[in-house]
Design a protein around this ligand. Structure first.
Ligand code: NDP
Ligand code: 8X3
Length: 256
């Protein structure tokens, strides 16, 4: 097993859900953290709590991954030692709405594509060259079961996660002559703020998504992320699809 103590881990979307759980899980292993999201208060509090609790170092940034110039400037202005990013967790992402394609809202499409696809690309384009220079690093993209299947009214969100799947495969091919590892972790139903965001604050609709099953928790996914990151250097966990028990696919869920 590879020790994560003292490693530098950059997590996007660390203000809630899977990103937050991953920050905690890496902190527990003694890794130093770069945490970014738009809700800076959350990120700042998380960073200061984790650094005290686990005696690690944390850098926190207010960052919207859709803003290419901001992404570049955050990374460019990192102090030299923080530029040695060992693990990048491309987690920031969201869904907006659940509509038939022809009834969908264009601003929703833009937001999903700009965040889940273009944001992930901007971060990767900025961080990967630093890894290439050191011939070392691990990129962990958070895809989804929605990157393997399309479900009713999931059209554009599913397309964005299919894109993450293609980008992950492309990264692995383009980095094959380096020591850099590329992983995608593809969860099914995880209860986070994800559905509250999708339904724009409608908690009742969000709750219904996870009713009648025991959904995955953000910690379940963080556990898988840390597992992938801590394999020996010669091992690449290329792809991990993680479903909730009683979930056979995006659409086949046994609820009681
Ligand atoms: P949450 O809504 O709890 O977390 C999403 C995170 O992404 C937040 O920290 C949010 O921070 C951040 N984020 C969203 N937009 C931006 C942006 N433009 N710039 C920076 N950060 C952003 O949901 P999850 O934890 O569930 O989602 C994390 C990832 O997991 C997403 O990529 C999602 O698609 C994926 N996923 C989720 C599943 C689920 O069932 N929950 C299943 C499969 C995959 P802030 O708002 O502060 O910017
Ligand atoms: C999130 C999983 O099935 O709710 O990517 O879209 S799903």
């Amino acid at each position: 097993m590879l020790s994560l103590k003292g490693k530098t881990v950059f997590i996007t979307g660390a203000s809630s859900g899977i990103g937050l759980a991953s920050a905690k899980a890496f902190a527990k292993k003694g890794a130093n953290l770069i945490l970014a999201a738009r809700r800076f208060e959350n990120i700042k509090n998380i960073g200061s709590k984790l650094s005290k609790q686990y005696k690690i170092e944390c850098k926190t940034f207010k960052l919207d991954v859709r803003k290419k110039n901001d992404v570049e400037s955050v990374v460019k202005n990192l102090p030299a030692k923080w530029k040695n990013i060992d693990i990048l967790v491309n987690n920031a992402g969201l869904s907006r709405g659940l509509d038939k394609l022809h009834e969908g809202k264009i601003p929703d499409w833009d937001e999903m594509i700009d965040t889940n696809v273009k944001g992930l690309l901007y971060i990767s384009k900025t961080v990967i060259p630093l890894m290439v220079k050191r011939n070392s690093g691990h990129i962990i993209n958070i895809g989804s079961i929605a990157g393997h299947e399309v479900y009713p009214k999931g059209n554009v969100y599913c397309a964005s996660k299919h894109a993450v799947d293609a980008i992950t495969k492309g990264m692995r091919i383009d980095l094959v002559d380096t020591n850099i590892r590329v992983t995608t972790i593809d969860p099914g139903l995880v209860e986070t703020e994800f559905s509250v965001v999708r339904f724009r604050g409608n908690v009742k609709m969000a709750k219904a998504v996870y009713t009648g099953i025991k959904p995955l928790t953000p910690d379940d996914i963080a556990d898988a992320i840390v597992y992938a990151a801590s394999r020996p250097e010669n091992v690449v966990i290329a792809e991990m699809i993680i479903l909730a028990n009683k979930q056979a696919s995006s659409t086949v869920v046994h609820r009681t």
